[in-house]
Design a protein around this ligand. Structure first.
Ligand SMILES: Cc1cc2nc3c(=O)[nH]c(=O)nc-3n(C[C@H](O)[C@H](O)[C@H](O)COP(=O)(O)OP(=O)(O)OC[C@H]3O[C@@H](n4cnc5c(N)ncnc54)[C@H](O)[C@@H]3O)c2cc1C
Length: 494
């Protein structure tokens, strides 16, 4: 429980109706993405500021009382990043949902952090423009959350991730001061802007974002191909890559993923093979026609059992349906999942899919694989029933084995979902002690009290490397110290 003085001061910042403290209201903010990570931790309060100034006021109150602040967009993250591990205040940007302006000539759009990604897609399209980052959660996730996780999506293959499109941001620092970063040009021009990308709420609260837009592509072709083996699907990908064209998207579902979509009532193009590829080609009409032919030829040469090309936009949506539905379908057919988001060099994807399937057999768990084959990003998902004793522990063990193998292949723990709380144990293995120490120094510079999303992104340092930049002890009844508070609802992973 928070000291009543903290609640009183928060209510002064955002008005009484915008501070939740009842247990029934808090429960919905204890987890993210259906609680897929298994992490559920009750906050002590949830606040809903409506402006940068109100965010600054809330953060200032929390800094004064040394209370953790957990920024929250739509709560679609898969890594428990928005779950308040140490209790404290969840700061939701849900009321900050206005598109502040679009400058069509300058190819820029400015939005509050709580604007849903798909609203940016729609607003850009109305102006004949295009915002490429397209996470599968786009109809729900927020632009602030996308920046905080550096969200990607199918279009990342050709265009890049959120970080490649963010040109400016307004953010509230851990002491309540407001900074405006970027705006001058590419994100790479401003290291302060670049640091916000993928900071997962640990460095600042993002309140406004400016993104770069592109002219909408003149033409687009959507194609789908099914294969009787993962190896032949991988062969098609190698052929496409070797042809020199860069598709806008190159997505993949394995037999387990197709089965989950079917069982959840979705359509899978009648595919009963081992793999479905969905490929999108964009550009001027001549380039698209040539690219589509190249993809069809590559798929056929690699042994595709069927190929389809969308006749129009509605038909393209039909081809995309299985891919768009797969995440939710997996959650529907099995009540729990341990959903990983690993990256390996593209030419090792078939090997990795085979490895995860074997891992599932070894640990007695069904496995579903899907993802962005074009850039080597695999969503390897172990299905569990968390009510069955030991299943989550087995899935966590399988995930650990997966991470070790991925790092051994020269890959990475996360392509897009972030570290959050769920992948903390493996960060040092990837970055090494010096990399972790550097992250802590940056954290200490931004957040010397350690109140911003504590326990996320940065693994605990060994006591020998910990220094004066460790979080200060709280003076309130909820602490920013390292022990797990009584608000924890799940101990599955701990
Ligand atoms: C069905 C489904 C499909 C998905 N597909 C994709 C995909 O294709 N690609 C992809 O990259 N991800 C995907 N995701 C994961 C997720 O949607 C993204 O990580 C997304 O960017 C999270 O946005 P959010 O607004 O929900 O953030 P949240 O889940 O609320 O927060 C995520 C992290 O960002 C921080 N954060 C949120 N808002 C702010 C802010 N304003 N300031 C500072 N920190 C903040 C939080 O503290 C937390 O650490 C998917 C998730 C689901 C459920």
């Amino acid at each position: 429980m928070l000291d009543s003085r903290v609640i009183r001061d928060l209510e002064r910042q955002v008005d009484v109706p915008h501070v939740y403290t009842r247990a029934a209201d808090l429960a919905a903010y204890a987890y993210d993405a259906w609680g897929a990570s298994g992490e559920r931790h009750l906050p002590d309060a949830v606040v809903f500021p409506a402006s940068t100034e109100e965010v600054a006021g809330v953060v200032e109150v929390c800094a004064h009382y040394r209370v953790p602040v957990v920024p929250r967009g739509a709560g679609t993250g898969y890594a428990a990043g928005a779950a308040p591990w140490q209790g404290g205040v969840v700061l939701s940007v849900a009321r900050m949902n206005r598109i502040l302006g679009i400058e069509a000539d300058a190819l820029r759009l400015r939005a509050e952090a709580g604007v849903v990604t798909a609203a940016i897609h729609r607003r850009a399209a109305q102006a004949g423009l295009f915002y490429p980052p397209d996470p599968g959660s786009a109809t729900t996730s927020t632009i602030g959350g996308n920046v905080a996780c550096n969200a990607a999506g199918p279009h990342a293959l050709r265009y890049g991730t959120t970080a490649d499109f963010v040109v400016g941001a307004t953010a509230v620092l851990a002491d309540g001061r407001v900074v405006r970063v970027g705006e001058g040009g590419d994100a790479g021009d401003d290291p302060l802007l670049a640091l916000l990308s993928a900071s997962e709420g640990t460095l600042a609260v993002i309140t406004e974002v400016s993104v770069r837009l592109l002219p909408a592509p003149a033409a687009r072709a959507t194609l789908a191909a099914t294969f009787t083996s993962i190896d032949s699907a991988a062969g098609a990908v190698a052929e496409i890559a070797g042809s020199g064209i860069v598709p806008a998207a190159l997505e993949f579902l394995d037999a387990g993923a197709l089965d989950a979509v079917r069982r959840a009532g979705g359509t899978t193009l009648g595919a009963d093979g081992e793999a479905l590829l969905i490929v999108e080609v964009e550009g001027d009409s001549q380039a698209v026609a040539g690219g589509a032919d190249t993809v069809m030829t590559a798929a056929t040469a690699a042994g595709a059992s069927s190929t389809e090309r969308a006749a129009d936009a509605a038909d393209a949506a039909r081809l995309w349906a299985a891919r768009k539905a797969v995440s939710a379908a997996v959650a529907k057919v099995m009540i729990g999942k341990v959903n990983e988001d690993v990256v390996v060099p593209r030419d090792r994807m078939a090997e990795l899919v085979g490895f995860t399937t074997d891992l599932g057999h070894h640990h007695g768990l069904p496995v579903v694989n899907f993802g962005h084959l074009g850039d080597g990003n695999l969503h390897a998902t172990f299905l569990i029933d968390p009510r069955v004793p030991g299943q989550r522990a087995r899935a966590d063990k399988a995930a650990g084995d997966l991470f070790e193998t991925v790092l051994g292949m020269g890959g990475s723990l996360s392509g897009e979902h972030g570290v959050g709380q769920a992948k903390l144990a493996y960060v040092e293995r990837q970055l090494g002690p010096a990399g972790v120490e550097l992250m802590w120094r940056i954290k200490a510079a931004y957040d010397p009290l350690g109140i911003l999303n504590p326990g996320k992104k940065l693994p605990q340092r060994s006591s020998s490397s910990a220094s004066s930049s460790e979080p200060a002890k709280s003076v309130s009844s909820t602490t920013a110290a390292s022990s797990r508070p009584s608000g924890s609802m799940s101990t599955d992973r701990s």
